[in-house]
Design a protein around this ligand. Structure first.
Ligand SMILES: O=C(O)CCC(=O)C(=O)O
Ligand SMILES: [Fe+2]
Length: 148
């Protein structure tokens, strides 16, 4: 979408409710995805209308430092992340306050992570590649996509 930097490979797929201007949107959400979205919405009391699926096939897949923006007009939106499969490290670093140590969160199978409000305004995140032999990991990020 408007994400900044994507340096490492991974397999990507998008679903979004119909009525969105976005060309990549696919309104035909599989039942399983709808069920996961429902669970996430129940947990957060936030509605999401799009999801980005990432498949990290092995340790050579990852995503470089970036922040997520789901609309050019509103940078402060909630992004809900759900992880399946292999545990991979999720790192956060503050964009300007360099004295704040980066935060490292191992995202295990079934982990739910919410990047709420201003998180993506002030922080970048990455999933680093790893030399460890790792199994595939799927990550879903539910997003609130609005017209710019
Ligand atoms: O795989 C993850 O945990 C994060 C994915 C991500 O940052 C993104 O798709 O924007
Ligand atoms: Fe991201």
């Amino acid at each position: 979408m408007y994400d900044k930097v994507v340096t490492a490979p991974r397999m990507i797929s998008w679903y979004g409710d119909s009525g969105r201007p976005e060309r990549r949107s696919n309104p035909d959400w599989p039942l399983e995805l709808l069920q996961i979205r429902e669970r996430v919405e129940k947990e957060t009391h936030i509605n999401f209308n799009a999801v980005l699926l990432n498949l990290y096939r092995d340790g050579t897949d990852g995503v470089g430092w970036h922040s997520d923006k789901t609309s050019s007009s509103n940078k402060d939106m909630n992004i809900a992340s759900v992880t399946f499969g292999e545990t991979r490290l999720f790192r956060l670093r503050h964009k300007t306050l360099k004295h704040i140590a980066p935060i490292e969160i191992p995202l295990h199978h079934g982990t739910f992570l919410l990047m709420a409000g201003h998180t993506n305004t002030y922080w970048e995140h990455q999933v680093p590649k790893t030399a460890r032999p790792v199994l595939p990991r799927i990550n879903l990020t539910f997003r609130q996509v609005r017209e710019a």
